[in-house]
Design a protein around this ligand. Structure first.
Ligand code: GLN
Length: 547
């Protein structure tokens, strides 16, 4: 058979829906299945459909949405895409996150162009076609063996209906052997009755069935082991094979245990059988070793993350994950102390930071808590505590250095005080004309040249790097020379030399700050070099006793 005669294997499709309550960990379940299928030798691509009307989450506050995850191509996406990229080798694009806002934007643009001339434009077929097209396009462009599509929201949400209808049609078009539905649900434990309850699961599955979708696998989030009789009951009421009723207990130590737990439940095997895929048994040893180092590390350190959304689980998600990857690599457990920058403003840096081994200041917008962060950076510089600044964390470090080392009194960022005498951080040149808020920052991958003989070079071992960005402000070029007069070095810059991308302080155990977001490129068994360098510096200077 010639190469041209060879039939391409059809892409298989898995849809993941959620029932009963939100925050069930659907994204993690989808990502974990992705891990297992990849370990079976399949090329897996994950994507997320979000039913809300925003075009993308870039304009939402962390209170609404948690972290905004940025891709290479500059797409501002849902944080689940972070799980997808971390749990698989995938490098995703803007096509891997679709919102209702984007769907309606496309449909209305086509309507105005006259593409539907003569027709009434409707949810079925125009909106549903657009949704299906996205899946077909990703299959065509990225050519995976399997696409796992997670549908955001909970079954029963009005805005999710067009997506579910599109899924139903998609299954019909592609046939049973090529499409699999997984429903993630909750089995609440009623303490008074002393038992797990299946009724909410039954009801949410009934709702799915009423929309023409029959789940093939049910993943039950549960705090307690589910016995065979309960699996049998769910199987009977939900019309799902008993072996396809799968439990997902809360992970004791780390989210990275989930692929291993789901493997025990044979989720990957059931999915492959149902999709008629013959694949080898996965050898998960590298993943198991990674998890083992998280669970029982040989060393321990304490790191403070100073931010203004510290109480939110998800606001700095990728940062916590990148720290975990670095910790696992160095066989070092991390105790993270989350410090509210406003508390430092009230009570001083020492009260919150004196016992920690290192300080990380993440990205952010707006002036709340800024002075507290500046105090934290000063504390790190003066007491020689390892400091790692990310995006806003670099701008903070620059302001602090300008104020207290260069003696530029009242130095500030244009973002916080337009009238400050020394605007050491100013709006990027090409942001000056921008008046729209959505998708208009300096976004995505940009190249940075690294200065030789710097700590940064030492860590990257490379003269050029690419990293993901999301910002509007930069170190003011007018101040660069004056800032570099002491021991501050601009160790990374844009290839044309205009934009400071990385700063470091020479006479310090570790003081590195970057204008980009290295946390988006860290993977479980490949920690980002800067995170690895930071955790190593903390470990070198302040290891804690294990217990
Ligand atoms: N607010 C700053 C800017 O827009 C920092 C952005 C960030 O930390 N992502 O430049």
């Amino acid at each position: 058979m010639s190469k041209d005669d060879k039939q391409e294997k059809p892409t298989k499709y898995i849809f993941v829906t959620g029932g009963v309550v939100s925050s069930l960990g659907k994204g993690l379940a989808a990502a974990s299945l992705g891990t297992l299928l990849e370990y079976r030798g399949l090329k897996v691509v994950l994507q997320k459909f979000d039913p809300y009307l925003n075009v993308d989450p870039g304009t939402m506050s962390p209170f609404q949405h948690g972290e905004v995850y940025v891709l290479d191509d500059g797409a501002e996406t849902d944080l689940d895409l972070g799980h997808y990229e971390r749990f698989t080798s995938g490098n995703l694009t803007k096509n891997n996150n679709l919102t209702s806002g984007q769907v309606y934007e496309m449909v209305l643009e086509q309507e105005r162009r006259g593409d539907y001339l003569g027709a009434t434009v409707q949810v079925i077929p125009h909106v549903t076609d657009e949704i299906k097209n996205r899946i077909y396009n990703v299959a065509k462009e990225q050519k995976p063996d399997i696409i796992i599509t997670e549908i955001g929201g909970t079954i029963g949400d009005i805005e999710g209906l067009p997506f579910l209808e599109a899924m139903r049609q998609f299954a019909l078009e592609n046939g049973k052997d090529n499409v699999l539905f997984i429903h993630v649900t909750l089995l609440p434990f009623l303490a008074a009755a002393g038992e797990l309850k299946t009724k909410p699961t039954q009801q949410s599955v009934a709702k799915l069935q009423s929309l023409g979708i029959q789940p093939d696998i049910i993943i039950c989030r549960t705090e307690h082991e589910i016995e065979d009789d309960m699996r049998h009951k769910i199987s009977m009421f939900c019309n799902v094979a008993q072996h396809a009723v799968i439990q997902a207990r809360d992970m004791e130590h780390s989210i990275y245990e989930l692929p291993l737990e789901l493997r025990k439940e044979r989720l990957d095997r059931i999915a492959c059988d149902s999709l008629r895929l013959t694949t080898p048994t996965p050898d998960l040893t590298p993943w198991e070793n990674f998890v083992q180092r998280i669970i029982s590390p040989s060393h321990k350190v304490k790191i403070a993350v100073v931010g203004k959304y510290i109480e939110l689980q998800d606001a700095y998600k990728s940062i916590y994950e990148a720290l975990t990857h670095a910790g696992a690599y160095l066989d070092c457990g991390l105790e993270i102390q989350r410090v509210d920058a406003e508390d430092i403003e009230k009570h001083g840096a020492e009260a919150y930071l004196s016992g920690v081994g290192g300080i990380l200041i993440p990205g952010g917008f707006g002036d709340r808590g800024i002075e507290g962060k500046i105090e934290a950076a000063r504390f790190a510089r003066e007491t020689k505590l390892p400091y790692f600044g990310i995006c806003l964390g670099m701008q903070i470090a620059t302001i602090e250095y300008a104020r207290h080392v260069c003696c530029f009194e009242g130095a500030n960022s244009q973002e916080f005080d337009e009238k400050a005498e020394h605007l050491v951080i100013c709006l990027l040149e090409d942001q000056k004309e921008v008046d729209k808020k959505g998708g208009s920052m300096r976004l995505g991958t940009w190249v940075t040249d690294i200065k030789p003989d710097t700590r940064t070079y030492d860590l990257y071992q490379s003269a050029t790097i690419t990293e993901r960005h999301r910002h509007r402000y930069e170190v003011n070029p007018v101040y660069k020379e004056r800032l570099e007069q002491g021991d501050l070095i601009i160790s990374g810059a844009s290839p044309d030399g205009t934009l400071a991308e990385i700063i470091e302080i020479a006479d310090h155990p570790f003081f590195v700050a970057v204008q980009f977001h290295p946390e988006f490129l860290s993977k479980p068994n490949h920690p980002h070099p800067l995170f690895r360098g930071f955790v190593q510096a903390v470990l070198d200077s302040s290891e804690l006793p294990l217990r």
